[in-house]
Design a protein around this ligand. Structure first.
Ligand SMILES: C[S@@+](CC[C@H](N)C(=O)[O-])C[C@H]1O[C@@H](n2cnc3c(N)ncnc32)[C@H](O)[C@@H]1O
Length: 299
């Protein structure tokens, strides 16, 4: 009883704290092109153009969900430690179990409207032209990022044939030049990295295991443009992913790292000249410091 009475005050206090942190960012050297996305997290409202795109993507999510209990294969993230303990670019980490998800689950697995719009605004303000995504699923996050008006080519990699096919029907509704590659991440990277033009926006959203995540980042890094945006999803999904994030934030090939709790956003610096600046933005994101414990893996 008391708890529910106090809740609105706690929420109001958090909003005030978030607004106050947001106001200070421009004077503190926060990356200019990430400011609209951070502002959106606090205001909850994007401009009409972005909201209109989100309406279209969410209608598609609802259509996918309407297939209900129909099942498709999905590659689940493997147990921490499954890729060993040393990161190398030659590593070929094994994916997790192949599970059967209902279409309702698939629709829910895609990034939410809030985080989708957040990434859309990041890509739009950064004017990202060449975008690469690891982990397509049904194409929801790819739709949000690739519908930025500056996107020239979205490549997205998915190991499940059924999901890749689904995404091939979803992405063209909002993205003008999408390519869905049905392969394991490393196999697809073997193919595309030798000839790919510099990548401006990289989203890693699959195979959520520390060593595998750092491996994919290190493997793709030489192909990133200077100032490219790198988004890591689910950095608080498990203690293992959180440990991975805590290692990534020290990487000198980033100029800035922004911890939004759910996602981590980094800016690539090609010369690796200095340690990055770190921003704890969990107050702005409205998320706490809790770290998940999927399947009791930590116990
Ligand atoms: C969390 S879902 C991606 C959600 C999607 N980015 C979105 O927000 O709409 C992760 C996806 O990555 C795929 N995946 C996981 N590990 C993989 C691997 N090693 N190679 C290829 N695909 C993989 C899974 O099948 C799954 O569809």
């Amino acid at each position: 009883m008391l708890k529910s009475a106090v809740r609105p005050f706690v929420r109001a206090a958090r909003k005030i704290a978030a607004r106050s942190q947001l106001r200070k960012l421009p004077g503190e050297g926060f990356p200019q092109n990430a400011l609209p996305a951070a502002t959106y997290l606090v205001s909850g409202r994007a401009d009409d153009k972005a909201e209109e795109i989100a309406d279209r993507i969410e209608a598609e999510r609802n259509r996918i969900s309407s297939f209900g209990s129909q099942k498709v294969d999905i590659l689940y993230s493997p147990k921490p430690g499954s890729a060993g303990s040393t990161v190398t670019v030659d590593l070929r980490p094994s994916h997790g179990d192949i599970m059967q998800f209902s279409m309702e689950q698939v629709a829910r697995t895609g990034k939410t409207r809030r985080w989708g719009l957040f990434m859309h605004l990041l890509a739009r303000e950064h004017r990202s032209a060449n975008i690469l995504e690891l982990g397509t699923c049904a194409g929801i996050s790819g739709s949000y990022i690739g519908s930025s008006p500056h996107c020239r080519h979205l490549r997205t990699i998915e190991g499940s044939p059924a999901l890749a096919e689904l995404a091939r029907s979803v992405l063209p509704l909002t993205v003008s030049n999408p390519t869905v590659i049905n392969a394991l991440f490393d196999d697809a990277l073997d193919d595309i990295l030798p000839t790919i033009e510099p990548i401006d926006f990289l989203f890693i959203d699959g195979h959520h295991e520390k060593i595998a995540t750092i491996h994919y980042w290190q493997r793709i890094r030489p192909k990133l443009s200077d100032g490219a945006i790198v988004v890591f999803d689910d950095i608080s999904w498990s203690q293992d992913m959180r440990d991975g994030w805590n290692e990534l934030v020290r990487d000198r090939y980033f100029s800035h790292n922004m911890d939004f709790g759910t996602v981590g956003v980094c800016i690539h610096r090609k010369d690796g000249a200095r340690p990055p600046r770190q921003w704890d933005l969990r107050t702005i994101a409205g998320v706490g410091k809790a770290v998940g414990n999927p399947h009791g893996w930590r116990n």
